[in-house]
Design a protein around this ligand. Structure first.
Ligand SMILES: [Zn+2]
Length: 176
């Protein structure tokens, strides 16, 4: 009886450790002092969801996620009377993306934050450049229509993935 109980406890412990590890995106363990990705709590759910979609569309994100140091909401992005930069990729001296930053202005509306988050993740994880200046797509240079996109969210997300450079590259490889 006692033995069964211990075994049960042990199993439980293993399960909990496995769950805890999953939260770090199944990144292989690195040496001590490795840089772990710091992500703003408000963006974390969008990142989690986005990476789930990467998995669904078979887009490998591990290496890129590995290289990223921080995803943050900042108050240092330019604001002009016409609007401002809502999000951007920050590169290091070697031109490698090390951070993704979002303007505090994205916090004014949860739909805006979501669209801008997917836009920046689209640049980074899906290999996108802008697809147009203002065309009611997630990867438009300027989005004057966040709410239209948010209204048809699933449609826009599916399009974002199946038309992405990374996805098409994979498809091309698969056909050859
Ligand atoms: Zn952009």
């Amino acid at each position: 009886m006692k033995r069964t109980y211990l075994l049960l406890l042990f199993t439980l412990f293993i399960t909990i450790s496995a769950t805890a590890q999953q939260a770090t995106y199944e990144i292989p363990n690195r040496s001590i002092n490795s840089n772990t990705l710091k992500t703003d709590g408000l963006i974390q759910p969008h990142l989690d969801e986005f990476l789930k979609l990467c998995k669904k569309y078979d887009i490998d994100y591990t290496e890129k996620l590995f290289k990223l140091k921080e995803i943050a909401i900042v108050d240092s992005l330019e604001v002009t009377p016409k609007g401002g930069t809502l999000g951007m990729l920050v590169r290091d001296d070697q031109h490698q993306v090390e951070k993704i930053i979002f303007s505090w202005m994205t916090l004014l509306d949860s739909e805006i934050l979501k669209v801008v988050a997917y836009h920046e993740f689209g640049h980074y994880f899906l290999g996108y450049k802008h697809v147009c200046d203002d065309c009611n797509k997630i990867m438009a240079k300027v989005n004057s229509s966040y709410f239209d996109i948010a209204k048809d969210w699933d449609y826009h997300v599916e399009n974002l993935f199946i038309n992405s450079p990374e996805y098409l590259k994979k498809q091309g490889l698969a056909q050859n």
